[in-house]
Design a binder for this molecule. Structure first.
Ligand code: HAM
Length: 429
């Protein structure tokens, strides 16, 4: 047991760290293309921040404890409450709309399975201060652009979109009362994961009549733009409530991202704070959990004692993305390799090797040398093992002449190079 990380926690050996860096680099690059600024918060927060606002599922998975000062605290399971708390504390001073992103490590005591761990990193992109659907389209487009930048097209990745305002209107029309709404949402959320009889039984327990149950599940089964339009037509106001969702989809079409988009009313999202458009990105084969989930949460800042600021955003995990990249055989290269390995012929050459190595490193050249006195043969073996393309050999004769012997370890060719020209020669690779 001692040789292993805790269940659901990862060791990042260099190959895994390289994959993580690759994902983070794409996240940062896309976020900056959209004009988002990076922020961060503490990994440990007051427990109430989550018990009040996140919803049962996440609260049941908290790593929570009492600290030495007697405070009830929790490791952050998600970033949104921290973001809302931070923005609420400075809302007047911040220029709107606020476009912020973060890459926090999050902790949830989940049952470990493929794509689901007890810690993960999550790109969060949130846009605050804009209630209109172009803000929703903007963050959805950013999420899709991350996937496009990683090499995935609409055949590989889908975004499924819904809107809780539309769901509420359709469910009310179907005969679901406001107090019954959370249970109806929960049933619709599980429509693809649980047998119909189980969902029917659960809704019947709430006192819903058979036709209402059937109508509720029919709402959750509305998938695709045409069935969506038909469902709206049944509403008394002709579906005005769906205007934001329709405009959001039109904006994504205008950005040439429409091929990724499925309107899908089975998307509800587990978190309690969503108030409008909700969405999830999945691999097209649906073999993994969601890659990304998000939506509009216009009430969260006021609920935390802050100003009335509309907000929309998403979280995208590194675990599912990593699995998808591995499935496609994408293994990003690790850190840039060495440019040269410095070799001292005698013990007296060590000082010169150290001085040269340090000067080369100061100019950005990646070099190593043996950390103890060794034969030239052993040093060259080490150079090969470290994949150095060249050896820079310094012996008494070279020192006297102020130059080194640069050997190409691939071809075996050699050239004498003055010490002060070494960085120019080694930079050409
Ligand atoms: P979430 O749906 O709980 O949303 O998480 C977002 C994404 O994080 C998931 O789609 C999944 O890729 C990843 N994820 C979540 N839990 C795990 C886990 N245990 N192991 C691996 N990956 C996981 C939120 O957290 C919201 N706060 C997102 C948000 C931001 N909404 C608005 N702004």
């Amino acid at each position: 047991m001692q040789g292993q990380a805790l269940p659901g926690f990862r060791d990042f050996f260099p190959a895994e760290a390289a994959l993580r860096q690759h994902i983070f680099a794409v996240w940062r690059e896309v976020a900056s293309r959209y004009g988002f600024e990076e922020y961060d918060g503490p990994p440990l927060e007051a427990l109430e921040l989550y018990t009040d606002k996140s919803g049962e599922e996440i609260v049941g998975q908290l790593y929570e404890f009492e600290d030495r000062g007697g405070r009830r605290v929790a490791l952050r399971p998600e970033m949104t409450p921290t973001l809302a708390r931070m923005v609420a504390s400075r809302a007047q001073a911040l220029k709107k709309p606020i476009r912020w992103f973060a890459i926090p490590q999050l902790f949830r005591y989940e049952r470990q399975q493929r794509g689901r761990l007890r810690e993960h990193f999550q790109l969060n992109m949130d846009l605050l201060g804009e209630p209109g659907p172009l803000a929703d389209a903007e963050v959805i487009a950013a999420a899709l652009d991350v996937l496009r930048a990683l090499g995935f097209g609409p055949d590989a990745v889908r975004v499924r979109l819904s809107d809780r305002r539309v769901l509420r209107a359709l469910l009310a029309h179907a005969g679901v009362s406001d107090p019954q709404l959370p249970a109806a949402y929960a049933a619709i959320d599980k429509i693809d994961r649980e047998p119909r009889e189980v969902l029917e039984a659960r809704l019947a327990k709430l006192g819903l009549a058979e036709p209402v149950i059937a109508a509720t599940l029919a709402v959750g089964n509305v998938r695709g733009r045409e069935p969506f339009r038909a469902a709206l037509a049944s509403l008394p106001d002709g579906g005005e409530v769906a205007d934001p969702l329709v405009e959001c989809v039109a904006a994504l079409d205008a950005m040439q991202l429409g091929a990724f988009v499925d309107v899908d009313l089975s998307i509800v999202r587990g978190l309690a704070y969503y108030t409008g458009i909700v969405f999830e990105l999945f691999d097209a084969g649906r073999s993994l959990r969601a890659i990304c989930g998000g939506g509009r949460y216009d009430g969260l800042l006021t609920a935390l004692g802050g100003p009335d600021l509309p907000a929309v955003g998403f979280g995208m995990g590194d675990v599912v993305l990593g699995e998808l990249l591995a499935e496609r055989g994408i293994h990003p290269a690790g850190a840039a390799g060495l440019q040269a390995f410095l070799v001292g012929v005698t013990a007296e050459d060590t000082e010169t090797v150290l001085a040269l190595a340090h000067r080369l490193r100061d100019t950005g050249i990646r070099v190593e040398f043996a950390l103890k006195a060794q034969s030239v043969g052993k040093q060259l073996k080490l150079a090969a093992a470290r994949n150095a393309p060249r050896a820079v050999i310094v012996g008494p004769d070279e020192r006297a002449a102020g130059e080194a012997l640069v050997r190409d370890l691939g071809t075996g060719t050699e050239a004498r190079v003055a010490f002060d020209r070494l960085n120019d020669v080694l930079a050409q690779q």
